[in-house]
Design a protein around this ligand. Sequence first.
Ligand SMILES: Cc1cc2nc3c(=O)[nH]c(=O)nc-3n(C[C@H](O)[C@H](O)[C@H](O)COP(=O)(O)O)c2cc1C
Length: 347
Amino acid sequence: MSDSFNEFEDRKRDHIRLALDDSAQQLVRTGYSKIKLIHQALPEIDYADVSLRVKLLGHELASPHFVSSMTAGHQDSIKINRNLALAAAENGWLMGVGSQRRELTDPEAAFEWREIVATVPDLKLLSNIGVLEVLTQSPEKILELVVNLNAIGLIIHLNPLQEVFQNNKNLNFSGALAAIEKLVRQSHVPVLVKEVGFGINKDVTNNLFDIGVKAVDVSGFGGTHWAKIEALRQNEESIFYKSADAFADWGYSTVDCLLELQDQVLFHQIWASGGIRNGVDSAKCMALGARAVGIAQPLMKAAMVDAKDVSHAMREFDFQLKTALFCMGVKRCEELLHKKVWYGPVG
Ligand SMILES: Cc1cc2nc3c(=O)[nH]c(=O)nc-3n(C[C@H](O)[C@H](O)[C@H](O)COP(=O)(O)O)c2cc1C
């Protein structure tokens, strides 16, 4: 995947512009409406005692919400990541950064993180890289990305459909599981794996846990649609543009992934993202066993403005999740794993 500086900058700018446009969003979010949380008219708890505190990857955090990986390595990303970082530290959220691919070829690109790491010391960060880079680069090189960020973990994203629609020349995913395993063996931090909005099924999840991956973020269908984003960047006559509608409902919704993984959620770190648009969506994912819940597009919207807007959006997500826990009669997120607090699927 080699592209020029300008192509890279244009692509990243287009991604953000199109991600904020409704045409690349799944607006009818059927997955979440399948699940109903059980309302407790007599919760028998004090709202003040409801806590969102969780332990993720060995670290105490004020919220199970995290910033789902978005952007890095281009001119606009410096301000966006600073806004996300300040708000994440203020609210005790974990933050996944966007793909650090640029840093593999341009050492200057890591400069973006220096100021953030130095000035926002309480922030917990997760590195991010695509599986195609894991296949083509040495584990040592990939692990430098973690050092650049002083990250507490490394996320590998799986994005076959996006790569095809991006018209990438290298689409060889052969040997990906073995390459991830090699990286896991050498890594000094936990390795996590996510999709980018089309979900991860049970077989793939089992294989990933078997090779030592610490957490799988299913990142399912229901929110930002990466085949549409890539198609919208192309000429209207192109095969990609013309094919996007055929994939309009491709993939597993976040809720369907979690339903399929019910026999794993007690034993493994299953995380959720993809179409989470309020804290009740988060509560549904957690009731289905997700230990952490990631939000991408709504935070990008706020990060284009300032850190205050991001912080405001984060407080809304936390307030809605806390209120949902209270109305289920639940004081702690972990209790959701052991209590039947949802019914469905319906319809
Ligand atoms: C502008 C933007 C850039 C993204 N870039 C990355 C990325 O670099 N790496 C990654 O793993 N996921 C990336 N994603 C995918 C998100 O992390 C997430 O999996 C997906 O957007 C679904 O979440 P959402 O519906 O809340 O947007 C990006 C998402 C957005 C909106």
